[in-house]
Design a protein around this ligand. Structure first.
Ligand code: FPP
Length: 258
C-alpha cells in the first residue's frame, strides 16, 4: 500500500494564485462545499469531440478542485458525479461514466492518500456495476483513517429517493420500538439520510449556467448559499473555486434570523 508518510510535493501555485489563497484564508472558509459539475457535454461539443471526452476532462478537474479545497481547509467536498436519473443517457455514455471512478481512483488514489483525503460516497452503490463499486469501496477502505478533506462522491444519488428511504427507516425504527413520535425532529431525520454524520453544505456551486438543483441534496441545502457560474465544468479552475468562496465570504447568512 502507499505510505501516508511519504512527502508529496505540492506543485507550486503561481504567485497570483498564492496571493489569492492567502487572502481568502483570512476569512472563514466554507466547511462543506457541494458541486453540481455540469457542462461536460457542451464542452466536448464546442470542440467537436464526443461527449465522453468532456467527462474525461471533467475528471481531471475533480483532481484539481479536490487538491485546492484540501489546501484551503475545506472539510467536506461533495461532488455530484452521477444521479439516479443519469441512467437515461445513452448506454455507451453510462458505461463510460461508470468507468470514471475506477480510472480516477486507479490513477489518483495514491495522491489522495498522501494528501490525507478521506473518500466517502452517497448513493445507491449496490446498483452500480461491480467494477465501479469495488473501486469505490477499496478507496473508502484505504482512506478510512485519513483525517483531511472528506471527498464525498454522490454516485447514483437522488435526493427524493434518499428522503423516502429515510422516512421508511424512521417508520421501521418506530415500529420496532426504537423511537417514539416525540423523537422525530430535524436532527433525527438528518441522521437517517445518506449524509448522516456530515455537516450540511455551506456553499453549493453549479457550473454551466443551469440554475436548478436536479434532485441534489434537497433537505441538506435548506440554508446553503448558492453560486452559479456559466463556466463549463471542464473549464473550472482553482481560481473559480476561490471566486465562489470569496462571494460566499461577502454574503450574510442569517439562517432565518435578522
Ligand atoms: C453533467 O454534465 C456531468 C455528469 C453527469 C457527469 C459528471 C462527472 C464528472 C465531472 C467526472 C466524474 C469524475 C469522477 C472521479 C467520478 P453533462 O454531461 O450533463 O453536460 P451537458 O449538460 O453539457 O450535456
Amino acid at each position: 500500500m502507499f505510505s501516508k508518510f511519504k512527502i508529496w510535493k505540492r506543485p507550486k501555485n503561481s504567485s497570483n494564485l498564492r496571493e489569492r489563497i492567502e487572502k481568502v484564508q483570512q476569512l472563514p472558509i466554507p466547511e462543506h462545499i457541494a458541486i453540481i459539475m455540469d457542462g461536460n457535454g457542451r464542452w466536448a461539443k464546442k470542440r467537436a469531440l464526443p461527449r465522453i471526452a468532456g467527462h474525461h476532462e471533467g475528471m481531471k478537474v475533480v483532481r484539481k478542485v479536490t487538491k485546492m479545497a484540501n489546501q484551503l481547509g475545506v472539510k467536506t467536498l461533495t461532488l455530484y458525479a452521477f444521479s439516479t436519473e443519469n441512467w437515461k443517457r445513452p448506454k455507451t455514455e453510462v458505461e463510460y461514466l461508470m468507468k470514471l471512478p475506477e480510472e480516477f481512483l486507479g490513477t489518483f488514489l495514491p495522491e489522495l492518500i498522501e494528501e490525507n483525503v478521506k473518500v466517502k460516497v452517497i448513493g445507491y452503490l449496490e446498483e452500480l456495476p461491480s467494477h465501479t463499486s469495488n473501486a469505490v469501496e477499496r478507496a473508502i477502505e484505504d482512506t478510512k483513517d485519513n483525517t483531511g478533506l472528506i471527498l464525498n462522491f454522490a454516485l447514483n444519488y437522488g435526493s427524493r429517493s434518499e428522503i423516502i428511504a429515510g422516512v421508511k427507516s424512521i417508520i421501521n425504527d418506530y415500529k420496532n420500538g426504537k423511537l417514539s413520535e416525540h423523537d422525530i425532529n430535524e436532527e433525527l431525520f438528518s441522521n437517517h439520510l445518506m449524509t448522516s454524520g456530515l455537516s450540511d453544505p455551506d456553499l453549493l456551486i453549479r457550473t454551466s449556467g443551469e440554475i436548478r438543483l436536479s434532485n441534489f441534496m434537497l433537505w441538506q441545502l435548506a440554508y446553503t448559499e448558492f453560486w452559479f457560474t456559466n463556466v463549463l465544468w471542464p473549464d473550472f479552475s482553482e481560481n473559480h473555486l476561490i471566486e465562489a468562496i470569496e462571494t460566499f465570504q461577502r454574503r450574510q447568512r442569517r439562517f432565518g434570523g435578522v
